[in-house]
Design a protein around this ligand. Structure first.
Ligand code: YH5
Length: 276
């Protein structure tokens, strides 16, 4: 059995790795802008050598409690970096943003995919994404990043996540986004308790009723850190376990920090798939 799926015009026969490249000031901690840019390029290159297919660039921190970033700061962090990556490497670039203007400038500078944790709900995002006509990842979140972890509540988390994604897919299609350009993501850690995250992981396959590629982003999140009582830097085996459990249920895209370990595990997974 060979998994085949498309991200817009790009076809894949195997699971896809999206390597995380954070360009928030706390991620490459130093004063100078050029140093940050240089380190980000080196990190992108390393992830590509390790097997990443997509580099996901984020200039806006969406961690719980993180301060909001201004449009100017976000643009300054990502625009030149996207051009530089697209110039040097042959890879896909996604832009992790919720702001319409960042989406526009990112795509104008070569970004291939929009990755929006707000699922195109911010002002103009839907219209701009439709106009840009690139693939978009729609993620589920309950609440807003700053407060989403204060007592998240669901009846059935899995069906509520699926219903939300269905409704966003319909809004996107109505606004002119092609269905073949849509990826869905249950949004691990975004307005969810430990139990909610594990129910979603256990029943991830139910998301296939949307009949769209599924992206899973669990890397270094508190669903592992809290369970194991370990810092984010010490969760490699747990992260890879999460990826395998999602892959076994047919998830196609994995957003991770640890590309090499994820690529090794997914290569073993794919070999087993092709041996069935
Ligand atoms: C995602 O799931 N997540 S940014 C808190 C952490 C560690 C990591 C407490 N962008 C996703 O990675 N895009 C982010 O430790 C995303 N799916 C998609 N599509 C949050 C993040 C993180 C947060």
């Amino acid at each position: 059995m060979t998994v085949s799926f498309n991200i817009g015009p790009h076809q894949f026969q195997r699971p896809v790795i999206m390597g995380i490249l954070n360009v928030t000031p706390d991620s490459f901690s130093d004063g100078g802008k050029f140093v940050v840019h240089d380190k980000a390029l080196q990190h992108a290159e390393a992830m590509l050598e390790q097997g990443a297919d997509i580099i996901d660039i984020g200039g806006e921190s969406t961690r719980p409690g993180a301060p909001e970033v201004s449009l100017e700061d976000e643009l300054a962090r990502i625009v030149d970096l996207i051009s530089a990556i697209k110039q040097r490497f042959s890879c896909l670039v996604s832009i992790d943003t919720s702001k319409a203007e960042v989406m526009r400038q990112a795509v104008q500078n070569g970004a291939d995919i929009i990755n929006d944790v707000c699922a195109l709900t911010k002002p103009n995002a839907l219209e701009v994404a439709a106009q840009l006509a690139v693939p978009v990842c729609l993620m589920h979140m309950q609440g807003q990043p700053r407060t989403m972890q204060n007592n998240p509540l669901y009846g059935d988390v899995v069906s509520e996540v699926i219903d939300f994604l269905k409704s966003r897919v319909e809004s996107c299609v109505a606004a002119g986004v092609k269905r073949s350009n849509i990826i869905v993501d249950p949004g691990f850690g975004f307005g969810k308790t430990l139990q909610h995250n594990y129910q979603l992981l256990a029943r991830l396959a139910e998301c296939h009723q949307l009949q769209l590629p599924i992206l899973a982003g669990m890397s270094r999140k508190s669903m592992f850190g809290k369970l194991l009582n370990r810092p984010a830097s010490d969760l490699l085996a747990a992260n890879v376990a999460g990826v395998m459990i999602a892959a076994e249920q047919g998830a196609q895209i994995f957003r991770v920090h640890d590309v090499q370990a994820t690529a090794d595990a997914l290569n073993v997974f794919s070999m087993v798939q092709t041996s069935k």
